[in-house]
Design a protein around this ligand. Structure first.
Ligand SMILES: NC(=O)c1ccc[n+]([C@@H]2O[C@H](COP(=O)([O-])OP(=O)(O)OC[C@H]3O[C@@H](n4cnc5c(N)ncnc54)[C@H](O)[C@@H]3O)[C@@H](O)[C@H]2O)c1
Length: 389
């Protein structure tokens, strides 16, 4: 048994980070905070955790932050942190979608590296603007597509790169949840309310919220580029304006085809993300709710279930192990894997050293996600017709 990944080789420095969003009662902010600190590569030093300052104070107190590092607005935080000798090295943005662009811009303008949740912005145009700004300032930009932090997802990518299942022919993916089967937002449920509001969520709900994970996961594992999409998006519910249900056909460059299903009204399904990739030599399938296992079917051979931590994976996948086989790794460690890659890359950059060979999704992946949403919305509005990507 070889468990190395949880021990970091002499970290050059411990980075300081701040957060926009992630106040008490928020969902993903707390996962970010735990993922970012799991390997002791970064410490939380500042925050504007909420628009409600009382919440920011309470969240900051829980994490032992000095009161002068707790801010009423992200604009104030960007300016004041940039002016401090001991200011933050990077910021994590995990607010509702409409805040991503202005907040990321505010920190980039102040020379602070950015980690932002998906969907990157409200449009690919905004995403391009963030990319140009980050590049002009020489700043790192990570977009947290959670699922590319899982070892089995890296195994899928390596298997495809190495030709283990041959040329990819068909890819299907579903990301289905049931939590919006009723109009929870009418009772003020926080996460439902902003997701169903076009002003806060953007031009889409389900396609942007969970469809972008599918798009990114398939792009990461297969390397396929979308050539065109044909999408049927619809709101389910009397008062809803944005899609909660999306069926999307995809044609990829080079001839492969695919189907994606994103739903928030699939009763009985919690966070049922799964993808199946069929090549001309075999098929692989990963189910997020059982993330330590990978099903592999090679032509003419019996089905196999690969089990994380058993040593027979590609070396970069074995290197991601934190605990032995059969001890379940999951959501927090997936975030930690992305943060480990981001933090060690940023430390190396600050120390003038070469970047480590570790993957984190960058701003281009975020822009692709926004473009995917735009093309799906366009296709659906035209009556579910094929639209070039
Ligand atoms: N990567 C993933 O797997 C994943 C999972 C869930 C959500 N997300 C994304 O994360 C973001 C947040 O989603 P959530 O479900 O955690 O939402 P949430 O409503 O639970 O949390 C949002 C937080 O942002 C704060 N906030 C809002 N406006 C603010 C502002 N102007 N300044 C400071 N704080 C502000 C809120 O007070 C709250 O603490 C969304 O963009 C969502 O798409 C990503």
């Amino acid at each position: 048994m070889s468990i190395k990944a949880s021990s970091i080789d002499s970290a050059a420095r411990v980075l300081k980070f701040g957060m926009v969003g992630g106040g008490q009662g928020a969902f993903i902010g707390d996962v970010h905070r735990k993922g970012a600190t799991l390997d002791a590569l970064a410490v939380l030093a500042a925050g504007c955790f909420s628009r409600n300052y009382e919440n920011t104070l309470a969240t900051g107190a829980l994490w032992n932050l000095a009161q002068d590092r707790l801010y009423r607005t992200y604009e104030e935080m960007a300016q004041k942190e940039a002016a401090r000798e001991d200011g933050i090295d990077f910021v994590i943005i995990c607010t509702p979608n409409n805040t991503h662009f202005p907040a990321a811009k505010a920190f980039l303008e102040q020379g602070i590296h950015v980690v932002c949740d998906k969907p990157l912005a409200l449009s690919s145009k905004q995403g391009e603007e963030l990319k140009a700004l980050a590049e002009s300032k020489g700043l790192l930009f990570c977009v947290t597509y959670t699922y590319v932090g899982y070892p089995m997802v890296h195994q899928m990518r390596q298997m495809i790169r190495n030709g283990d299942i041959g040329k990819v022919r068909v890819v299907t993916g579903q990301y289905i949840q049931g939590w919006l089967a009723t109009e929870l937002e009418s009772d003020g449920q926080k996460q439902a309310s902003w997701r169903c509001d076009p002003a806060l969520s953007g031009i889409s709900n389900a396609t942007g919220d969970i469809g972008t994970h599918l798009e990114n996961l398939i792009a990461f594992t297969t390397g396929l580029k979308i050539e065109s999409v044909c999408a049927n998006l619809r709101p389910v519910g009397e008062h809803r304006k944005l899609d909660n249900e999306a069926e999307i056909l995809v044609r990829y460059e080079g001839g492969a085809t695919g189907m994606m299903w994103a739903s928030q009204v699939a009763i009985g399904h919690d966070n049922d993300l799964r993808i199946t990739i069929c090549g001309d030599k075999g098929t692989i399938e990963w189910i997020q709710e059982n993330p330590n296992y990978l099903r592999v079917d090679l032509l003419g051979e019996p089905s196999r279930i690969l089990s994380r931590g058993n040593g027979y994976f590609y070396p970069e996948v074995n290197a991601m192990n934190r605990i032995p086989a059969g001890h379940v790794e999951g959501h927090f460690t997936a975030f930690a894997n992305t943060y480990k890659a981001f933090c060690t890359t940023l430390s190396a950059k600050l120390d003038g050293k070469p970047a480590p060979d570790l993957f984190f999704p960058g701003v281009d992946a975020g822009i692709e996600g926004n473009r995917f949403v735009e093309k799906c919305v366009e296709s659906s509005a035209l009556g579910a017709v094929w639209v070039k990507f």
